[in-house]
Design a binder for this molecule. Structure first.
Ligand code: PAF
Length: 280
């Protein structure tokens, strides 16, 4: 595996791979890799000749009071993990290289970014769309892999690629969960053992709602109330930011839950904001 540190080197390498006729799969990440990321690597390896994984904690997708400074980082560990899981190139650009002085171009996906996380994290998806667009231009992938835990992010990237006629296949991969159901996330590292115990209620609540739906309950209010009660009963849950049942393409809220809809939640457990979702 080769570690590529500069934008210029990565761009040259991508050009060379294209010339050689190699298909490139791309897994963009912010590092502190876990099994969820590795499932994306596995998908990419199956579909492509070459797999590129990037690690870049993108400052412009964090709000002023968010966790940019304390976001978990361990590059040596991540290098080992990539090496032992068959990543071909690990791209780790610096902030200065990605956003040199005077940087002033941004990508805004309208509409679907106004709801769910977008309603609470101002500028977040502008930061995500911008950095992913830049990474796509540098890496020139044929396919790019995103986890569906960040379902809204996956849709935003799909929309950007479609609207801007980018010749890239965006592949959404299933949520990977711990044995007890907690969705894997680099931010789980912030949780104390007691908080983690409370956090498990998020997935349990989603599973419960899906079970109810499968038994015939289609009223979004009833389903969200069950989720709220299950999560709220936990001692370390500080705030439920949203629980919404939405259309899987438009993210518009539903008056009646239907098969294929997404129930999405964002919850603060202690000071850690966790998101999760389930497809009905
Ligand atoms: O999901 C993430 O880790 C990030 O939002 C991404 C897609 C790598 C962009 O910075």
């Amino acid at each position: 595996m080769e570690v590529v540190k500069s934008v210029k080197d990565m761009a040259e390498l991508s050009k060379k791979l294209k010339k050689e006729g190699k298909t490139v799969g791309f897994v963009p990440t912010m590092g502190y890799l876990h099994q969820g990321h590795l499932s994306l690597v596995e998908c990419s390896k199956k579909d492509n000749d070459i797999t590129v994984l990037s690690i870049f904690v993108n400052p412009i997708q964090f709000g002023k009071n968010e966790d940019l400074d304390r976001y978990p980082r361990d590059i040596e560990r991540d290098i080992q993990i990539c090496q032992s899981h068959g990543v071909d190139y690990l791209f780790v650009p610096s902030v200065e290289d990605m956003y040199p002085e005077g940087y002033s171009t941004y990508v805004v996906v309208e509409g679907i970014t106004d709801v769910l996380c977008g309603a609470y994290r101002e500028g977040h998806f502008k930061g995500v769309a911008t950095v992913v667009n830049k990474l796509f231009n540098i890496v020139k992938p044929d396919r790019a892999y995103f986890g569906k835990k960040d379902y809204q992010q996956y849709l935003v990237i799909k929309k950007m690629v479609e609207d801007l006629n980018m010749d890239i296949q965006v592949v959404g991969c299933p949520i990977v969960r711990e044995k007890d159901g907690l969705a894997m996330s680099s931010r789980n590292k912030y949780l104390s053992p007691e908080e983690r115990q409370s956090a498990v209620s998020i997935s349990q609540a989603l599973f419960k709602a899906k079970e109810l739906f499968e038994k015939g309950e289609t009223n979004p209010q009833t389903l969200t109330e069950v989720i709220k009660e299950t999560i709220q009963s936990q001692p370390y849950v500080k705030e439920i930011q949203y629980i919404q049942i939405v259309d899987p393409k438009t993210l518009k809220t539903k008056e009646k839950a239907e098969k294929g809809d997404i129930i999405a939640v964002a919850v603060f457990v202690g000071n850690t904001r966790l998101i999760d979702n389930i497809e009905l």
